[in-house]
Design a protein around this ligand. Structure first.
Ligand code: BGC
Length: 737
């Protein structure tokens, strides 16, 4: 039990399709092909080759195996034309809406398929946001494993229902960007994590994606317990391929391979974007016995089984991916996804302050609009006409480059068109025969006294490769304060790629409304105008904790910097399960806005909480060991054992959605944890609906490190249902004898 050391788990389990009939059929076909391959052909299927996609394997034309095309991003095909830019993962998470999550996955899947991309490099299920300033937190669904799990499962289902291979990433623990890869300073950071935390926090969302059939998975850049993510036998051979019964293939993150034989034997199946330590070295390793032939065959079989599992040999479109600097046919895959993007855009918009019923706006005739975030690339020091373009243009979206509809790095998207807030608000004002005044540059703009309100647009940018340096910035805070000083009805809209603290001005009496508008994708302006004007009653909820002070995040504010061993940086996850709201609850720190918080234009009442045990509920502490596992783990983990019902009534004056959340106090676990949520279908004033939450075996279990199994806890479980993690509206309890 030495901390920070990864135990060896060998040999690598051979995939066999035993977890379902469709996997079995896919494996039979894959094996037949593999048996006909030459060693060179086998090797070609294990690594990337240069080509049109973000990555592609070599082809085997004589057996009709094409180059298998891999592409980003989790929020829309990146770097291609006539594609849609969807809201980022964190924006989708903020909707707490399962139906939207599934529809998002399906729409995304259709765009990938339409372009002939076999493998989508998402959903993004980690980092989940251990570190508040983490550069990639915005790409995932939020800082809670249950939310990520529900979303990750539905995204996987949606993508794969459209025939595209989903790739949950990054497995596992890449919770910071700082020193994620090795360099001159030394090895990459090592995330040192204990077994229980692995199961209950970080692997949890991946279990759901696997359960929905994810046919691929991406291993991560950094080290885990001092062993690199793509050669970590415990994580790949052990947890993934044994405990979770993974049938698909493991693809490396781009350039994340750091050894040839070690990665092969630890369970890596495909290396991207080039052969790196494989290619000829792999064939040599196989011929001299360092890597077993069965292992090489298993790599191929897993890849091809995934291909057949999704029926990609039948009528899969080809050749929809082109370089931007070469003329090519138009392949338009957008369908009507713009309206879904607009709907999710509005549903993930979080209203956090609204005094004097400032919002919704009531057909104002005169508005002031301020801030660099109101319009597309507003700064003269940037080229104001440049938006979109190819991969190169968009990899590295810049802060203060105008309105933030996506953020930086491989998770950024490339919209065909962008509806900026200014464009959408101008359309509204034109319809109302009004007047606008705007200033997108100044920090202390002229405030026109006749305006009914001033809307200030600011943003908080983040990007892959870097953690953020602050959760706030002085320019934006100063801009907000200056406008508020001069306008008694100041409305602040923040497009935020991750947490944005607001205590510099949140209590200013002239700031009447504040909105976290997230990372909304191409329909940004429509989405925010829909909420501002009340066409959509906001129901978005924060999928992370917004603290009053950055210091409230404590040691989880920043990525770890350990000056004592710079070459072997260690990040000890000693807080275990206590990140985000679990940490704030445990330490009794009052956040500015808690996890799950968001306001509505109406009010809701909760009543009649009832809890029923399922008639056939099996409450034995451990699942039945004689039942074979499925992909994702033991199938009984997903059995419903209890149902919780509550009646929700719209007690206000306008129609709206409530996002009801269930938190469970599991004995021997953090005080309260999200274990259910439902965005209730629109309720008219006075209307009621019954909402049901299902509690599964996994929901009431903790991971027992001694028995190596999920164990139902005994005793009293508190059940809280409410409008946020701290706004409890109905309570009950479950007692497990
Ligand atoms: C990212 C992955 C991405 C890959 C390919 C890497 O830098 O970490 O998430 O899929 O690049 O673009």
């Amino acid at each position: 039990h030495l901390y920070g050391l990864s135990p060896p788990v060998y040999p690598s389990p051979r995939g066999n399709g035993s977890t379902s009939a469709s996997w079995a059929a896919a494996y039979a076909r894959a094996r037949e092909i593999v048996s006909q391959l030459t060693t060179e052909e086998k090797s070609n299927l294990t690594h990337g080759v240069t080509g049109r996609c973000v990555g592609q394997t070599g082809a085997v034309p004589r057996l009709h195996i094409p180059e298998i095309c891999f592409a980003d991003a989790p929020a829309g095909v990146r770097g291609q034309e006539f594609v849609s830019a969807f809201p980022a993962g964190s924006h989708l998470g903020a909707t707490f809406d399962k139906d939207l999550m599934l529809r998002y996955g399906k729409a995304l899947g259709r765009e990938y398929r339409g372009k002939g991309i076999n493998v989508a490099l998402g959903p993004f299920l980690g980092p989940i946001g251990r570190v508040a300033r983490g550069g990639r937190n915005w790409e995932g669904l939020g800082s809670d494993p249950y939310l990520g799990g529900v979303g990750g499962g539905l995204l996987t289902k949606g993508i794969q229902e459209e025939g595209v291979i989903a790739t949950p990433k990054h497995w596992l623990f890449q919770e910071q960007e700082y020193r994620r890869t090795p360099g001159l300073e030394g090895e990459s950071v090592s995330s040192n994590v204990d077994d229980r935390t692995l199961h209950e926090l970080y692997a949890w969302p991946f279990m759901d994606a696997l359960r929905e059939g994810a046919a691929s998975l991406m291993c991560s850049y950094q080290r885990t317990n001092n062993s690199y993510g793509c050669q970590n036998s415990k994580l790949l051979n052990g947890i993934l391929k044994t405990e979770l019964g993974f049938e698909g293939f493991v693809v490396s993150d781009w350039d994340a391979q750091h050894a040839g034989v070690a990665s092969a034997n630890a369970g890596l199946d495909v290396v991207m974007p080039v052969a790196k330590f494989w290619g000829n070295n792999l064939t040599e390793a196989v011929s001299n016995g360092s890597v077993a032939t069965e292992r090489l065959d298993d790599m191929n079989t897993r890849l091809l089984a995934a291909f057949y599992f999704l029926n990609q040999d039948e009528g899969f479109p080809t050749n929809g991916v082109f370089p931007y600097n070469v003329q090519h046919p138009i392949v338009d895959v957008r369908e009507d996804h713009a309206s879904l993007i607009r709907e999710i855009g509005a549903a993930g918009t979080v209203l956090v302050k609204n005094i004097n019923n400032t919002l919704p706006l009531r057909h104002p005739r005169f508005l002031n609009i301020y801030g660099y975030d109101a319009e597309v690339k507003a700064q003269p020091w940037n080229n104001p006409a440049r938006f979109g373009g190819g991969y190169e243009e968009n990899f590295g979206w810049n802060t203060l480059n105008g309105t933030l509809i996506t953020a930086g790095g491989s998770g950024s998207s490339t919209p065909s068109c962008v509806i900026s807030p200014f464009k959408a608000l101008q359309d509204r004002i034109i319809a109302d025969r009004g007047t606008l005044r705007w200033d997108f540059l100044g920090v202390n703009p002229i405030v026109y006294a006749n305006a009914e309100a001033s809307i200030v647009f600011i943003n908080a940018y983040a990007s892959e490769s870097f953690d953020r340096v602050s959760l706030t910035d002085e320019f934006s805070d100063q801009l907000v304060k200056n406008v508020a000083t001069n306008c008694s009805n100041t409305i602040v809209v923040i497009h935020n790629a991750g947490i944005r603290t607001v205590d510099a001005w949140i209590d200013h009496p002239n700031i009447t409304a504040v909105i976290f508008a997230g990372v909304p994708g191409q329909e940004s302006g429509h989405a925010i105008a829909d909420v501002l004007y009340g066409d959509v009653n906001p129901s978005g909820r924060l999928p992370y904790t917004v603290a009053r002070h950055e210091s409230d995040y404590g040691t989880l504010l920043n990525s770890t910097v350990d000056p004592s061993h710079p070459a072997f940086l260690q990040s000890d996850f000693t807080e275990g399960l206590y990140i985000d709201y679990r940490a704030f609850d445990a330490q009794n720190i009052t956040p500015r806005y808690e996890f799950g918080f968001g306001l509505s234009y109406t009010t809701f009442a909760y009543a009649n909480l009832t809890i029923e045990q399922e008639p056939d509920a099996n409450l034995d502490p451990f699942p039945d060991a004689s039942v074979p596992i499925v992909q994702g783990g033991h199938p009984q983990l997903w059995n419903t054992l209890y149902r919780v019902n509550v009646t929700i009534t719209n007690t206000g004056k306008v129609a709206g959605h409530e996002v009801a959340q269930l938190y469970l106090g599991v004995p021997n676990a953090p005080q309260r944890q999200l274990r259910g949520f439902e965005r209730v279908g629109i309720l008219q004033p006075g209307e009621s609906k019954e909402v049901q939450f299902a509690l599964t075996r996994r929901d009431i279990s903790v991971w027992n490190v001694v028995t190596q199994g999920w164990e139902i806890q005994r005793g009293r479980f508190a059940v809280w249902v409410g409008a946020s993690s701290r706004d409890v509206r109905a309570e009950g309890k479950v007692v497990v004898e």
